[in-house]
Ligand binder design. Structure first.
Ligand code: NAP
Length: 286
């Protein structure tokens, strides 16, 4: 079997066209979705991510604001900037690019963002809403993974999903989303004994570790669907995922490539969250 690839670029294009059309309709009602991105310091990768987010916002017809501060910005000053953006009616989503410099408590900063504008879905209120099944912002990367499963018409009900990784931004919210779709979910992590024992039973595997070749062909049940969230560099310096792509491709039914898989979906879901935030505001009586 050779797995079909789930093309994150093509799916993103389709979803972003839909976002742009809804944005156009909203603007005709006098509301332009607005995203504020805050970058502190000069982390090279963060600069690229932030640039891509701002570009995607502009292409979708959003109002976008990029606030850049040097690495010496105090935590108090950052909290005050967030407070100002919380009060700004043109801004429907606030994103603080992580990582932050060591002297700043990232969790404290995330909690300062109004839950109504927490389009990254990292606020404890968003996490609580996801856990309890209430409406709220879902973290963009796992949300994008779910959209990829939807795009192939995959019904998760009764399926066994194995998530490798338990971070607050990918693994845990991914597990909760799969659970909400009635999958039976196993979460594996660095303390898991015999990872292959679990992955071999899985109908769906989400690899979100950050290490090359965490998942190899012998660990995958024939016909499984494999989503690769990882972003690593191979020996030649090229971007690669957590999955041994060439090997797993011979066993899985569907597989996401890296690059061109989950990565583009993350920004797309950020646009979706920001648009939906603006749509909620537009529905409020003025
Ligand atoms: P993270 O916070 O470092 O979490 C990694 C997780 O992997 C942890 O839960 C860790 O377990 C687990 N782990 C480590 N070694 C393992 C092993 N040998 N077997 C099983 N589990 C193991 O990373 P993250 O933020 O979730 O990101 C994961 C990867 O996804 C990274 O490569 C990151 O760059 C990528 N990513 C991509 C996107 C995108 O847009 N494509 C977005 C976000 C992240 P413990 O909890 O026990 O330490």
């Amino acid at each position: 079997m050779t797995a079909q690839l789930i093309d994150g670029i093509a799916l993103s294009k389709q979803l972003r066209e839909h976002v742009a059309a809804r944005t156009q309709a909203l603007r005709q009602r006098g509301v332009q979705p607005g995203l504020a991105v805050i970058l502190v310091g000069d982390n090279a990768a963060s600069q690229v991510y932030v640039r891509n987010k701002v570009k995607a916002c502009e292409e979708a017809g959003f109002h976008s604001v990029l606030e850049r501060y040097d690495a010496g910005l105090s935590q108090q000053a950052l909290l005050e900037h967030i407070e100002r953006l919380n009060r700004d009616d043109r801004i429907h989503g606030i994103l603080v690019q992580l990582p932050l410099p060591d002297h700043i408590d990232a969790q404290r900063v995330i909690e300062a963002i109004s839950p109504e504008k927490d389009v990254d879905g990292f606020h404890i209120a968003s996490a609580g809403a996801l856990m309890t099944g209430l409406p709220g912002f879902w973290p963009c990367t796992p949300y994008g993974c779910l959209k990829m499963l939807d795009s192939i018409g995959y019904d998760l009900k009764g399926k066994h999903a194995v998530v490798i990784g338990r971070s607050n931004i990918v693994g845990k919210p991914m597990a909760l989303m799969l659970l909400q779709r009635n999958a039976t979910v196993t979460v594996c992590h660095s303390g898991t004994h015999d990872l292959a024992h679990f992955t071999r039973q899985a109908d769906v595997i989400v690899a979100a570790v950050g290490k090359r070749n965490v998942l190899t062909a012998d660990m995958v049940k024939p016909g499984a669907v494999v989503l690769d969230v990882g972003m690593n560099r191979n020996d030649a310096g090229k971007l690669c995922g957590d999955v041994d792509f060439d090997g797993v491709r011979q066993v899985a039914s569907y597989l996401t490539p890296v690059p061109g898989g989950v990565g583009p979906m993350t920004i797309t879901m950020l646009l979706v969250n920001t648009l939906e935030s603006a749509e909620r505001v537009a529905k409020l009586p003025s």
